[in-house]
Design a protein around this ligand. Sequence first.
Ligand SMILES: NC(=O)C1=CN([C@@H]2O[C@H](COP(=O)(O)OP(=O)(O)OC[C@H]3O[C@@H](n4cnc5c(N)ncnc54)[C@H](O)[C@@H]3O)[C@@H](O)[C@H]2O)C=CC1
Ligand SMILES: O=C(CO)COP(=O)(O)O
Length: 330
Amino acid sequence: MSLQRISVIGAGAWGTALAILAQRAGRDVTLWPRRAEQADALRGARENAAYLPGVPLDPGLHIETDLARALDADAVLYAQPAQHFRGFCRNAAPLWKGAALVIAAKGIECETGALLNEIAAEALAAAPVVILSGPSFAAEAARGLPTAVALAGDRADLVEALMAALAHGAFRPYGSDDPIGVEVAGAVKNVLAIACGIVLGKGLGENARAALITRGLAEVTRLALAKGGRAETLMGLAGIGDLILTCTSLKSRNTSLGFDLGQGKPLAEILAARRSVAEGVTTAAAVATLAARIGVEMPIAGAVHRILAEPAAIDDEIRALLARPLKRES
Ligand SMILES: NC(=O)C1=CN([C@@H]2O[C@H](COP(=O)(O)OP(=O)(O)OC[C@H]3O[C@@H](n4cnc5c(N)ncnc54)[C@H](O)[C@@H]3O)[C@@H](O)[C@H]2O)C=CC1
Ligand SMILES: O=C(CO)COP(=O)(O)O
């Protein structure tokens, strides 16, 4: 199977980086920005000055505003925020021409607690789905710095074809047959990154952050297992790999948002000062809904959810986490 025509939905930092990477890998690439003004700006500047400044766009990159034309591809990579995924599926369903759908967003639907692959199965059933996740800051990947990601799906032929279509130079996709584990890992790490940012912002130290990452890994593993994923996936790129990247760098939008919260800034002020998405904010609520529904204990994600609703509760939440009953590590 050859996947030559690749379309990318969403011209934020990640969508633009993926389009650049696919083009470098020799694919024929179309980038679909949501807004016509953004398309004009990209065509004019041949750079995404708003979301990925400093990385030139190759003249061969097609900028397309017509969704039907963009969907006429071998693979469509979804790289808009997770909360808009259902709307995308609904708009795309009548226009779908048989492409594979690659979900590159990292999040869980806030209102329902649904994973994005579950939404795709409901709202875009015609599309075979692959999840793309892993430790990958868009700015580094787009600059050609070494980056490895997981591509996970039930169809091995499709996963392998996508790996071949996207791999180039220092960009290395690894295959996986655990899309649920990979998706859960990528979504929940954003919530855990907010927790790590809070700890750093409050000056609680690096011991505390290491403990949070480790206990966070334990709770995301419980959720992945409960959803049908596999524990070893959490030890891979989408799990521990992305936790290491995101939770240890203030380049992460989620960690830096948590840092600002820890420093006492109001959430509304933090969000108002940003153009970029921090998926952990909405995914925290989604994880709380999902974990309660399926009976998975997720104390760190639960604390982040309550802090986002009431930032003044940070100290109480930290005290409560530290006062939990002592238990065995496993
Ligand atoms: N930036 C990164 O380094 C990486 C991001 N991701 C994931 O990719 C997804 C997209 O993130 P970024 O590209 O970073 O976003 P961004 O923060 O760079 O840009 C915001 C994006 O949101 C879109 N948007 C805003 N309002 C919207 C609406 N009403 N409907 C549809 N789209 C709307 C914008 O068009 C833009 O594409 C997220 O799920 C993120 O977690 C995954 C890996 C790396
Ligand atoms: O997912 C990412 C890196 O793998 C990007 O993280 P942030 O969205 O927190 O910046």
